[in-house]
Design a protein. Structure first.
Length: 194
């Protein structure tokens, strides 16, 4: 098998990379590189209609994201990256489960600035953490609409100094269903459209 199916098969059962062995990680990265070499849209920033939308994380090497699973009493649930390209915005949302009625979420929003054909600068500007029930969370799309309407979210809703929290992301593969990116901290992200 070559292509997307091969990559998806390799990442199945790794719980987004949380339980991937070093051998599995090497194999996944080799399959990622093969797929990147056949990117149908080598200038992805010229395709905002493909970038826009809600994406679910399938696999990552990001220690920061996978580290969320270490929060005591919680298990890392689905992670979403929601791009509003024409607005220059991205929203990362991680759902946490565990103790009944204490399901939580961690959300970080950022500004995107195109730099070249496939790179965006990312400047994080807001963080939100809280119980899903208290935040009124139902879905990523619904939650983002509340953020964009100017809502504030107790107990933890804070500004992030974008000068201290910035990075970049290269979009190395993009089609209607799958997106691969490589970040400034040597992180790889594989996402599927929701």
């Amino acid at each position: 098998m070559i292509g997307k199916e091969s990559l998806l098969e390799a990442i199945a059962g790794t719980n987004r990379g949380l339980v991937a062995s070093s051998t599995e990680k090497q194999e996944i990265l080799a399959r990622v590189a093969q797929l990147e070499g056949r990117n149908p849209n080598p200038r992805p920033l010229e395709m905002p209609e493909l970038l826009d939308g809600d994406w679910r994380l399938l696999y990552t090497t990001s220690a920061e994201l996978l580290g969320i699973d270490r929060v005591p009493l919680f298990n890392l649930g689905p992670i979403y990256q929601c791009i509003r390209f024409n607005d220059g915005a991205v929203y990362n949302i991680a759902e946490l489960s565990g103790i009944p009625y204490l399901e939580s979420l961690v959300s970080v929003s950022a500004r995107l600035t195109p730099v070249g054909d496939r790179r965006v600068d990312v400047r994080f500007n807001r963080g939100i953490w809280g119980l899903q029930r208290v935040l009124g969370y139902q879905s990523p799309t619904q939650f983002i609409a509340k953020i964009e309407s100017g809502a504030s979210f107790p107990p933890v809703d804070f500004a992030i100094n974008p000068e201290n929290q910035n990075g970049w992301l290269d979009i190395t593969y993009l089609d209607r269903e799958l997106r691969i990116g490589r970040g400034n901290k040597d992180s790889v992200f594989v996402l599927s459209r929701v």
